[in-house]
Ligand binder design. Structure first.
Ligand code: NAD
Length: 325
């Protein structure tokens, strides 16, 4: 039985990844600062560690039997939506770099065979909406739009350097915006799809929500199950260097609002306000991940159809809890 360590297993993607690896027959240890918020972890063992500390990384990468894990999936990061990325530049650069430095080093020195790093579409430069899709090499010459993207590029390079020196197989995925049930939906770290689901769930039919900017920024959103398919295929594959994973269905933020409103069955008015908007557009090629058999299975409408009811139920449960407390 293969043994996998999932770092960031208390978070959105990490907790789903643990479930997926269990289905694939792995023995899994999860590690995070916290347990998953919305369901029990499916991990065989869950350790609470601050991975900014080297000794904690060294403890985490050793199995109960005293050997290295077969596979390490590094998803732990100080992470949030665009508001958080702009407000917490220093925390992101410090905390996520420390986690990546120590976890890459501990994994390589312990003899981990395969190391997965969750990078981001934020490593690419800003784009115009109609620009041709970028392939992975276009991350260089580098010009990420925000410090989160620079930290990811540095961590990618560090993983590759350790891979070369220690013979550790490195797999680097650059995720696009990913959403789905059991993701952060309030509190300041939530990303656009969850934030908009929450706002639309909270208003009456015909009500108004506020969104940052004019709503014309173009994005592609990936449903969690599609992303997990990509992570799993990539880790089993021979694909080296950065690999984009994401659905090629480009929509404006205004269109995203329209899809959520349709799923909610509400008429929604939008008030555009000042706020951090991020890049104008992101258009990527997906030839590399497609070449190993990946295909998106969930349209934005399908994914929102599964995510909106979950966010709505969370909001209702939170309101009931407030009333009874
Ligand atoms: P998340 O915030 O839900 O999960 C990250 C987890 O890392 C959290 O549970 C957090 O507690 C943990 N963590 C942070 N600092 C830690 C530390 N010092 N020690 C131990 N654990 C720590 O975020 P997510 O959406 O699940 O993202 C997972 C990974 O994927 C991140 O690396 C993120 O940058 C990357 N990514 C996500 C998206 C997306 O749209 N969700 C897009 C691109 C890249």
């Amino acid at each position: 039985m293969k043994k996998a360590l999932v770092c960031g297993a208390g978070g959105f993607i990490g907790s789903h990844l643990v479930k997926r690896l269990k289905k694939e027959g792995y023995w899994v240890r999860g590690v995070d600062l916290k347990y998953p918020e919305f369901s029990d972890s499916a991990a065989d063992e869950f350790q609470i560690h601050d991975l900014r500390e080297q000794p904690n990384c060294e403890r985490a990468v050793i199995t109960r039997e005293g050997g290295p894990f077969d596979e390490v999936y590094q998803l732990a990061a100080d992470m949030g939506g665009m508001g958080f990325i702009h407000a917490a530049e220093c925390e992101i650069m410090r905390n996520s770099s420390l986690v990546n430095i120590h976890m890459t080093d501990a994994s390589a020195r312990t003899g981990v065979k395969r190391y997965f790093f969750s990078s981001s579409a934020c490593v690419y430069r800003d784009m115009e909406p109609e620009e041709p899709e970028l392939s992975e090499e276009a991350a260089y010459p580098a010009l990420p739009d925000n410090e989160y993207g620079w930290e990811k590029l540095y961590a990618e390079r560090m993983a590759m350097a350790y891979g070369r020196r220690f013979g550790m197989v490195i797999r680097l995925a650059r995720f696009q915006n990913t959403y789905g049930p059991e993701g952060t939906w309030r509190g300041g770290r939530e990303k656009a799809p969850a934030a908009l689901c929450r706002k639309i769930a909270e208003i009456k039919d015909g009500g108004t929500i506020e969104i940052w900017g004019d709503g014309t920024a173009m994005r592609a959103y990936t449903y969690i199950d599609d992303l997990l398919d990509g992570i799993y295929l990539l880790m089993q594959s021979g694909l080296e260097d950065g690999v984009n994973i994401g659905r090629q269905e480009y929509v404006s933020v205004n269109e995203l609002v329209r899809v959520i409103a349709e799923v909610a069955g509400k008429e929604v008015h939008v008030k555009h306000i000042e706020g951090p908007v991020g890049v104008k557009a992101r258009n990527f090629r997906h030839d590399r991940i497609s070449a190993i058999g990946w295909e998106s299975r969930f349209s934005l409408r399908d994914g929102i159809g599964r995510t909106y009811p979950w966010v709505k139920a969370q909001g209702e449960a939170a309101r009931r809890a407030e009333q009874t407390s």
